[in-house]
Each structure stands twice: as C-alpha cells, then as structure tokens.
Design a protein around this ligand. Structure first.
Ligand code: ADP
Ligand code: MG
Length: 398
C-alpha cells in the first residue's frame, strides 16, 4: 500500500478555517496523572503549524477504553488539554462535550490561533462503529479534517476515517513521516534491503513475512519465532516456544526464500535457560541441538555476529520483534547487538511494532534510528501491506 501521494497540511490553505485534528492522545494515566506525555509532545508540531498559519484548531482523540460512567471519569481528556497548554505555553480550551451544543458553540466561537480540545470520542459507542451520523456530527464542527493519529490509522472509526467523507481531509506531520519513511522504504527501498523479524510468534508475523519476502534482499529471523523454523529444518529445540501448527508454514517460507534466492538467516546458536525466569540457569547451544529441559531465550554470540554482519552494509533495515526476551537484562544481549549494528550502519533504519519500539527506547538506541513507528498495531499492518483506513481516506494530491 503506497500513500506517498496523500495531501498534507502543507498542501492546503488553513488560514481562517476551523480545522479538526484527530490526535493520538492515548497517554498512560495513573490516578488522573499523565505518566508519559510523549504522545502529546509529538503532536505539537502539527498543531503549532496550524496555529501559526491562522487556523482555529479543534483537537479530538480517544483515551483508554471507556465503558461505563465510572471508567469514563478515568478516561477524560481534561488532563491532556491542560498538559498541552503547559507544553505549548498558550491557552488550550477544553469542553466535556463532543458533538452537542456546547462543543458547537465553543467551536463556532474559536478564533484563528485558538485551540479547543473536545472530550474523548470513545465516550460514544458510535465512534468505533464508524457510525455515519456521528462522523457527520463531528465533521460539522470544522471546515477541514487532519488525521495525525498513526496509532489508530489501521482502524476505520468515525474520527479516524468516517469524518473524511464530509470534509477535505489531509494528514499531519506524524502520519506524513510514517508515509514517507516507512511507506517509502516499502515502495522503493534503498538496497540491500534487510528485514529483521523476531518476537514471540510466527502466527503474529506471518503477514509481515509474506509481504516482505517479495521485497527484501535479506530476511533475518530471531526471537522465539526462530525455533519454529528450526523445528521445520528438523532441529531439536528442547522446551523452546514453538508453534507446532506453523511448522509446515515455516517450511513453505523456507522454500519460497530459497526459490527467490534471497538470503535467509536463522540463528546459529542460542542462549537457553532451564526455566522461563529472569534468574534461570543459562546454557549455550548450537542451533538445532537444544536439549530437553532448556528453552531458547536469546540468540547466541555467533548469531549476533552473523546478524550484525548482514546489517553492516544494508541500505535499508526494517526491524520488527526483539531477538530474545529483551525485557530481561540477561537475555537482551542479542537485541542490543543488533540495535548496535544498525546504529553503526549507514542504513535507513525503521523500527515497527510496540515491543520492538519499547525495547529500542529502553536500551538507549532510539536517537540512532531513522524512524521508530509510533503505532504498534498500525505499523505491523503497514508492514503487512494492508490498507490503513485512516490514511486511505485522505485526499490525494492533485
Ligand atoms: P512487537 O510488539 O514489536 O511486534 P512481539 O510482540 O512480536 O514484538 O514480540 C515481543 C515479545 O517476544 C517480547 O515480550 C519478548 O519477550 C518475546 N520473545 C522474544 N524472544 C523470545 C523467546 N526466545 N522466547 C520467549 N519469548 C520471546
Ligand atoms: Mg507486541
């Protein structure tokens, strides 16, 4: 799926217009206090551009999973509006209304350069159902729609896609970055193009593998996924995590990679543990020789070297899924080694996937990567080549 031709906020005239922006303000909260305001900080560039160019800016988002009245209280966007105001150093209005009279009155009174946050769109069940009446009511607050919430771009909801039926629709800077970097790499990668896939399950990544196998020069498999492939090659995997029902599929993938003549790298050695426990005993095995009672939790040193070497001269690296249980220090070495190799290469480096992004940040490599995708599920679906309704709905450049 290629969205390189989508209009952005820079392609339209926003002066004097009311602009409805779908943000990703789905921030973590503890007792009403924002514990990480990264998503708010990241949203500012788009909002600032609109304010600077004379738009009256109406912001909407979802936050958490509000169900009943009690959970709604914990999912209000009021603290987000307050924090945004602090971060931007300007007044940010807030209304507890969404599509009612108060929201309309406040939106109507909003002047150029002013900002209004409306309440959590998921307070209406019509939001996730992409109800056309609800979408129309949201759209009636504004003259232009901007989607900048990449994290929900894989969902066709009223505020992420439905509104675009009623307004001119363009993307903000966050979605634009995903389109140009991730979309650009998938459409026309600088070669050699290396994909590194890891994480917990083959079944989670099948879509990504089948999409990327047609595009890459090298496919690297690490993480727990590697043991299903090892089994497919007749190896002994001990008590490692495997998906027995995916062994045939793993064989098919191995055959396809061979037929295509792409480089397909699997681990040469494995750091195994005698329990799924951060303090378990550790033993190193050659791939395919893991004894019973031991489970592979990270790639071994020879594999680190093999994978690092494959990355060294890459033009583009797409990475999804840690090489081992990187949440635990003793099983993070493989993930660190690969991150370091990417950081030291000149490749365009793109990280997709929630746990992968978290691992890269925690291990301190975030600023060394070209792009860390901001949406977990959305970036996976992008890598799978699936349509993202929140981007597909936006207007194309003339
Ligand atoms: P992402 O969210 O980036 O798509 P995944 O959710 O697929 O990544 O995978 C991340 C999870 O995979 C982590 O919780 C990690 O502990 C787990 N994992 C990686 N390697 C192994 C392994 N060898 N055994 C068990 N779990 C693993
Ligand atoms: Mg995950």
């Amino acid at each position: 799926m290629n969205y390189l031709n989508k209009k952005t906020i820079e392609d339209i005239d926003v002066a004097g217009k009311k602009v409805l922006v779908r943000c990703d303000f789905n921030v973590p909260l503890a007792d009403g206090v924002i514990t990480d305001d990264k998503r708010i900080r990241e949203s500012i560039r788009t909002i600032q551009y609109l304010v600077d160019h004379g738009a009256a800016v109406i912001l909407c988002s979802h936050l958490g999973r509000p169900k009943d009245e009690e959970s709604k209280k914990a999912c209000t966007l009021a603290p987000v509006a307050k924090r945004l105001g602090e971060l931007m150093g300007r007044e940010v209005q807030f209304t507890t209304d969404i599509i009612g009279d108060e929201a309309h009155a406040k939106a109507a009174a909003l002047k150029s350069g002013e900002i209004l946050v409306i309440e959590n769109v998921r307070f209406f069940k019509e939001e996730t159902k992409n109800d056309p009446e609800f979408a129309k009511a949201l759209a009636s607050l504004a003259d232009i729609y901007v989607n900048d919430a990449f994290g929900t771009a894989h969902r066709a909801h009223a505020s992420t896609a439905g509104v675009a039926d009623y307004l001119p629709a363009v993307c903000g800077y966050l979605i634009q970055k995903e389109i140009t970097i991730m979309g650009g790499a998938l459409a026309d990668p600088k070669r050699p193009f290396v994909a590194i896939l890891g994480g917990a399950k083959v079944s989670d990544k099948i879509g990504v593998i089948t999409n990327l196998i047609d595009k890459v020069d090298t496919l690297i498999i690490g993480g727990a996924m590697a043991y299903t492939f090892s089994l497919a090659k007749g190896g002994a995997v001990g008590d490692s995590k495997v998906e027995e029902d995916k062994v045939d599929l793993a064989k098919e993938i191995l055959d396809k990679a061979a037929a295509k003549g792409i480089k397909f790298l699997l681990p040469l050695d494995t750091v195994a543990a005698d329990a799924f426990d951060p303090n378990a005993n550790i033993k190193l095995f050659e791939a395919g020789t893991i004894e019973d009672g031991w489970q592979g939790l990270d790639i071994g040193p020879k594999t680190q070297e093999l994978f690092a070497d494959a990355v060294k001269n890459a033009g583009t690296v797409v990475w999804n899924g840690p090489m081992g249980v990187s949440e635990w220090d003793r099983f993070a070495a493989g993930t660190i080694a690969v991150a370091k190799a990417i950081a030291e290469s000149n490749a365009i480096s793109i990280i997709g996937g929630g746990d992968s992004a978290a691992a890269i940040e925690k291990l301190g490599f975030a600023d060394k990567m070209t792009h860390i995708s901001t949406g977990g599920g959305a970036s996976l679906e992008f890598l799978e080549g699936l349509e993202l309704p929140g981007i597909a709905c936006l207007n194309d450049k003339d």
